[in-house]
Design a protein around this ligand. Sequence first.
Ligand code: FAD
Length: 296
Amino acid sequence: MAKDGNCSLEFFPPKTLAGRLKLLEETLPALIELNASYCSVTYGAGGSTRDTTVDTVLALSEQGYDVAPHLSFGTEDGALIEQLITRYQTNGINKLVALRGDLPEGVNTGHDLRHASELVSFIRGLTGDHFEIAVAAYPEIHPEAPGYDRDILFLKEKLDAGANRAVTQYFYNVESYFYFVDRCLAAGITQPIHPGIMPITNFANVQRFSAACGAEIPRWIERRMGDFSNDPDGAYRFGIEVVSQLCATLIESGAPPIHFYTMNQSAPVCTIARNCGLTGSDGSDARDKALHPSAA
Ligand code: FAD
């Protein structure tokens, strides 16, 4: 993977060995043309994917990919979080995405960590500068935030605690990202805020996720998708068109490299990347790197 890559790629940990092999042998090689700087692997709330996340991270790392495990503490035991951090460090992992995770209503974390900023401080206290740390940012503001400026202040706390960059929740209103970045700059945030982009491949799923995480789907997209209710191919093409345009606008504006929520699928992200000029279309460079991922 390239240090100054075009983008970064997020995967969830497959539940089965067959799923992991598919990720390693089909999905990742197909994505090599994107020249990503690293891939990240999510961590299920409450440690639900602890083992599969670790297995996937170590398998990717063994194959030469630069991997950033997500670490969300939620209601996890503090000692387990410490063990995980140490295990990653011992295995040569040098990137982390530090998150609070989602807490069931009315449930306390059960340990001293309440906010992601405290996890960042904890990682720095335990491992010094070993890890490059990314944290989450919300252009449309986190659903539990007490206010717009306060949420930006809390993002600044995470960065001031030692995080190196922020990656955003996905969004389809590009203005929300531009306004957010302006407000972050005004608040004194200087670290890069990478736009998180979710391809629209299954619109019903995107609607469900969006309702839960507070990402807005613009009315015009919802209405246009309504026209394709009996035409899955048309819906897919429209989704690709919308997200390709979103990415092209971000790239033209000079935004930091995009973070793609791949949902473990290569085709939509590759098509979007080609459409918005992130990658060339002849694939020659891509084929070469697919054979030698660690040399890229
Ligand atoms: P925090 O930064 O702690 O913020 C959570 C809330 O607390 C916000 O409303 C904030 O305004 C408020 N807050 C922060 N600090 C303070 C303070 N000092 N005082 C009062 N209020 C405060 N979830 C997973 O479970 N696993 C994953 O792998 C995962 N990956 C993600 C990747 C990205 C790029 C993003 C954007 C989100 C991801 N999430 C993941 C979801 C994330 O865990 C949830 O959005 C969670 O609700 C908040 O996590 P956070 O790290 O942003 O928390």
